[in-house]
Every structure is written in C-alpha cells, then in structure tokens.
Ligand binder design. Sequence first.
Ligand code: N01
Length: 546
Amino acid sequence: MPSEPVEEYDAIVIGAGVSGMYALHHLREMGLAVRVYDGATDVGGTWWYNRYPGARVDGPGSPFYCYAFSDELMKEWDWAETQSEQSAVLDYLEHVADRFDLRRDIQFETWVEDARYDEAEQRWTVETSTGVRASARFLICAVGALSTANMPEIPGIHDFAGECYHTGRWPHEPVSFEGKRVAVIGTGSSGIQSIPEIAKQAAHLTVLQRTPQFAFPAGNRPITPAEMAEARANWDALREKMYAHGSGFPFDPYPARSAFDDTPEERRAHYEALWQRGGFGFFLDLYSDIAISEEANATLADFVREKIREAVHDPETARKLMPDHFVITKRPILHDGYFETFNRDNVALVDLREDPIECFTKTSVITASGEHPIDMLVLATGFDAISGTMLRLDPKGRGGVPLHERWADRFHNYLGMTVSGFPNLFMIHGPGSPGVFYNMPLGAERQLNWIGDFMHVLSERGFGAVEPTPDAEDAWFDEVVGIANATLFPRTDSWWTGANIEGKPRYFSAYLGGSIYYQRIADVAGQDYPGFRFEPLQASGDAKAS
Ligand code: N01
C-alpha cells in the first residue's frame, strides 16, 4: 500500500489539553503553520479524561486556574465555584477552542505513534494512528504531566469479570454504583475525591489503602457575582500578582515566619483558622519552615492527625487512616467529607500494609485476611507522572537514539524544556520545570511564550537546529536537585519522586523554585541562550522552512 504523503508544517504539537491549546494559539499568532494531534475526540486533555465522580480542581482554583493571555477571555467567562467541577473546566476549555477557532488545526482521535528527527532535513517527522504522516521543524510535546495511567499489575486482576475503571480513563457514559459492591484501590487526590461520592450510591464500598494520606478541607463555595466583578475590575493587578507569586496564583507573598516564632497555642490557633477557611490557601499561608524542618513539619502533622481522629468514630479505622510521612511531602489533597465517609455503615477500610492484596478472582479481591466479593473495581492508582508520557511517546533523536535510552538513568534536560540529542523538541511541564508545582495554564503560557521567542531568534539568525549541551543539562540537574534536597520533599515516596512506578529513576524531578524558574529562563534568553548549541540551516531543510 502506498504510504500517505507527508504533510509539512512549521510546528507539530502533540496534545490538545491546556498546554497544547495555547501552543496552537500562540504559534499561530506568530504566523507559523501549526498542526495539533490528540487521541481524544475533543479538546481538554486531563479534563477530558478525568471524569470520575467528584472530580474537581483541587488546587487554589477558580477563577484563577485559567489562561491569562487574553483580557477578553477573563472578562467574559463566569466561574461558579472556587473548586470548579471537571465539567466546568471542560466547558471553559471548549469555549476557548471556539473563541480562538482552535479546532480547525487540531486532528482528534489521532495518536502520534512515532516521532523521529531527521538530521539532514533538521525536521521532525511523526507517524500517526490514522496513517497521516507529518513533518515540521519544531516538535512541541504538550503531552501532560499526569496523563499516562498507572495500571497496577496484581495477580488475577485481568481475570476480574466485573466493571473496572481507572479514574484517569473514566467512561463518557454514566457509571451507576447503585446496589453494587465496589472496591477502590488508591487514596491519592482521585481516590479521596471519588470515595465519598461512590459511598453515597454503592451498596458497599471497600477502600483498599496502601498509604494513609493527609487531606485538608476543600472549602469549596460559590463565587458570587460581586467577586467575579471584582476579579475582572482588578484583572491587571491580579495578573501581575499571579506572575509574581511562586505558585502562579494571586496570593500575598509566602509568610516568612517559622512555626516556632509562635507559641504552641498561637500555632494551633493559626492552623485552626486555616483549617476553618479551607482551600489550597492553607498551604500558601503556612509557616516558612513546614517543608524544611522536621520539627516544624511535625507540628502540622500532629494537628491534622488530631482532626482525622475527631472525624472518624471508630478508633481502629482512625488508626489505619493515620498518615506517618512528612505532611505536604506527598501532593496535598483537598477533600469534602472523605474522613467522615468511614463512619458510614456501607464503607470498610482495608489497610494494605497490614492486610495486603493476594489476588483477584472473577468476582472478588482476596487480601491476607480473606475474600471481599465485589461487582466493580475502581483504580484510583494515579499516573506515571511528569516523565511517563514523554517516555510512552519515546521520540527518536539524533542517530535514531530513543528517549528511553537517553533517560535510562535520569530525565536529562535543560530548563525543563529541551533535551540534548533531540534538537528543536520542546516539552511543556516536563521534568526539570515547575510543572505541577505551579498554576498549570499560566505555567504553560509562560513556557510557550519563551519557546516562541526562541523560535523567532532561530529563524531570524538562520539557524536550523538547536539543542542544549550535556554540560548545561548536568548543571540544570544539580540546580533542580539542589533546591529539592534543601526540603523534606525527596524524603517521602510519591509520584513526585517517581517512587510509584517500578524501575523509574528515583529523584525529585520538578523545579521547586516557583517563579524563580521563570526569571531563570528569562535570564537565559537575556544572555543570548548560554547552554545551547546552534546549527546553521542546512540547504535541504531550507526548502521546507517557513
Ligand atoms: O494518583 P496518586 P491520583 N496497590 O498517585 C495507590 C492530580 N489530580 O490520581 O501512596 C495499592 O496521588 C497509591 O498508593 P501509594 C494531583 O496533582 C488533580 O490520586 O503510592 N495502591 C495512592 O494512594 C494528584 O496528586 C486533580 O502507596 C496503589 C494512589 O494509588 C495527581 O493528579 C484530581 C497501587 C494513587 O495516588 C495524582 O493523583 C485528581 C497498588 N499497586 C488528581 N498503585 C484535579 O485537580 C498505586 N496505589 C481535578
């Protein structure tokens, strides 16, 4: 069969989620020919896939979990709640796609199955699941930091004959729990958001918990019209605040006070006030040493453990729910009635540390203590995060070397966006960037603005290819790890450290410096891009360049 002709673009974007949508808009505004591929049927990425019951923004939330590039967009969109439901975020993203006419350059239901760099042409060629082949000078990987589902390999799990859903691959058709015996594996954000909702409907719910979690009141509430009007009226100043704050949200600067600057009574009162207020602001108004000092951390951990003890009636269940890691060193979770759910008669908790899963049968899960008959299994088991989807794509760089070889020991990168041996490839929210530690729509915008400027410089100066030097990557690694190692974060097993995926390089791969990162990349541009190696445009690449 003759192969499809190769479509030619300036840039190919993989992924039509929050980052890919802005990549398309921004690069198209620059006058580039751009094509986006996505496996889903519409825009939204993570918000298209994660439709499990209870799915909501579990970060600082609306109205500032949004794009900041368009004043009109900010001013015309109404957010209903501080912790927007998944469907509300998806509505917003669909509106963005309509408003900026994005869909005409996106090919949906199309997986990029292979991406290869051609050194002579200085271009990337992609092969897709629909047979379309395309080539472009630049490859933008907007593949998502939390998009490759972690499917646990437990003996017999494939024999289980009941319904089985991963929270990150939730069906688009309604799922009914009525009258069913359901088991949920996993008590991260997805588990803790969905468990109270499933418990309300199911005949019986068994929660299979490997690691107990610290969770904080979501404090979700309606956003009043007056609040929306105020946000719009002050948008310029709020956007400046978003740019300045380490989280990318318009908060006041982090407090500079140590937990031990207060008396135990004052400290408790401070925690109690934050607890009553709820929401992600809890973590932004904490003491400055909570993530640095074991002793400071213990003051908050003890406070939350006390709250769990108060919420859960059965002391034995409360004991099993007691987390023992440093608080906030696994992704902090916002909950709405999670701990109280264990007071229901139809909910049972299995502590897998004491009572591990042995296997699944057609109709049950068997743990060391016995058999639990179930009709449905919900896998809230998370993702091969941050690097996993880049590795699933596994682009082939210079000499045909696949990324998985380059990343065998660690996720070599410079500025969290580029990889040596992979010229003209840019990652959004990849390892080495703040990614999940920052307001992700704003972070994507800031990275893509930087990338757009860089592309412009390359074409102005007649360069055909650019990539970082291995030395620059090593120095960046030292910087990323150096910042993380000054905190307690790397000392806890989490998806941040890669500990949830067997065989994955174990280290804290996100840039923890918040807005310092954006200053760092601006400085690199201001100093004319130290750490990069440039290659003149080849004659053969010239013919296809825009
Ligand atoms: O995944 P997780 P998630 N046997 O990795 C357990 C974002 N998010 O989907 O802790 C038994 O946090 C695992 O146990 P352990 C948010 O950033 C955003 O919940 O590894 N258990 C853990 O309890 C979040 O942090 C939103 O010991 C197994 C759970 O499964 C990130 O996504 C909503 C197991 C996985 O928790 C990931 O959250 C939801 C096994 N074999 C999520 N394997 C919104 O903003 C794993 N576990 C809307």
